[in-house]
Design a protein around this ligand. Structure first.
Ligand SMILES: [Zn+2]
Ligand SMILES: [Zn+2]
Length: 172
């Protein structure tokens, strides 16, 4: 959502806005993820002099993810909060690229700003629960849902590779 900041540059005191985060999907850098739930973007807008506004905000979204151990579906809530300073485009001073980031004239692209913050808050690894038992390394059954009775002693795969080389050499 574009937020027109024109009036805030010229008033004194703090303003608060609650605006919707409008994106339907969240692109995590690899793929689009469904946004299952979201809070509004809560913005505090404070004039800090020199034609600048300090904008701080927060929101959270809930995404569908997969447990990195057992691959079950997991809902993960991603919170983000940020503080960002914007500069009034007065037409006299050339603004740097950074000062124009997320701004189009007097309008702040809140969705783009928030997307960037959410992306940095995205957890790298998600577990369905802290004690997730993961998949059986033999038959790949999800061990949270039942026991398969496999002999689950599996040597370290790196060790197994070394043993293969060792055995191959022995036969020569
Ligand atoms: Zn799991
Ligand atoms: Zn098994």
């Amino acid at each position: 959502m574009l937020v027109n900041l024109t009036e805030y540059f010229d008033v004194q005191g703090k303003a608060h806005l609650s605006i919707p985060y409008e994106s339907e999907k969240f692109f995590d850098g690899f793929e689009d993820r469904e946004i299952l739930d979201r809070t509004p973007i809560e913005l505090d807008i404070v004039p800090v002099g020199d034609g600048k506004l300090e904008i701080s905000g927060s929101l959270s979204i809930t995404l569908k993810d997969k447990c990195s151990r057992c691959l079950d579906d997991v809902n993960v809530t991603v919170p983000a909060s940020f503080t960002y300073t914007v500069v009034k485009p007065d037409g006299y001073h050339e603004l740097s690229e950074e000062e124009q980031l997320f701004m189009d004239g007097y309008s702040l692209d809140a969705d783009a700003l928030v997307y960037n913050e959410l992306l940095m808050s995205l957890p790298m690894k998600v577990l369905c629960r802290d004690d997730c038992k993961g998949l059986c390394p033999v038959c790949f059954i999800n061990r949270n849902h039942g026991e398969c009775g496999c002999d689950t002693f599996v040597p370290d795969p790196r060790m197994a590779a070394i043993m293969d080389i060792f055995n191959a050499n022995k036969e020569v």
